[in-house]
Design a protein around this ligand. Structure first.
Ligand SMILES: [Zn+2]
Length: 114
């Protein structure tokens, strides 16, 4: 089970890392466009669109980076032997839940009680 969990984590981490890369690239492109057009975020309607897009991509990027950190923590828990246990109540987290959310730290009961 531990080796399966590690595989799931490695795969998930690879996917999230790829997403971070592509979002960074998108953000770079948005910056370039706004430099070229000399867009004024506040007054130019096109600038406002660019600012909105940039904020969206930045939000997604922040989420993905947080996910990476969580996946790294999950990998540490595997090494420590605490992976798959709820941080709140200590009960084992269901395998289906771990498969869907490999970085989760709480069992489904604690998560729904939140
Ligand atoms: Zn729990």
């Amino acid at each position: 089970m531990a080796s399966d969990a590690r595989e799931v984590l490695v795969r998930a981490r690879g996917q999230v890392a790829a997403r971070v890369e592509s979002l960074r690239r998108q953000l770079g492109e948005i910056r370039e466009v706004s430099t070229w057009s000399g867009a004024d975020d506040e007054h130019d309607p096109e600038g406002a669109t660019i600012a909105f897009e940039r904020a969206q991509v930045q939000g997604l990027l922040a989420d993905s980076q947080r996910e990476l950190v969580e996946l790294d923590r999950a990998a540490e828990r595997i090494e420590a032997g605490t992976y798959g246990r709820c941080e709140r109540c200590g009960a084992p987290i269901g395998e289906e839940r771990l498969a869907a959310l490999p970085a989760t730290t709480t069992c489904i009961d604690c998560a729904s009680r939140r």
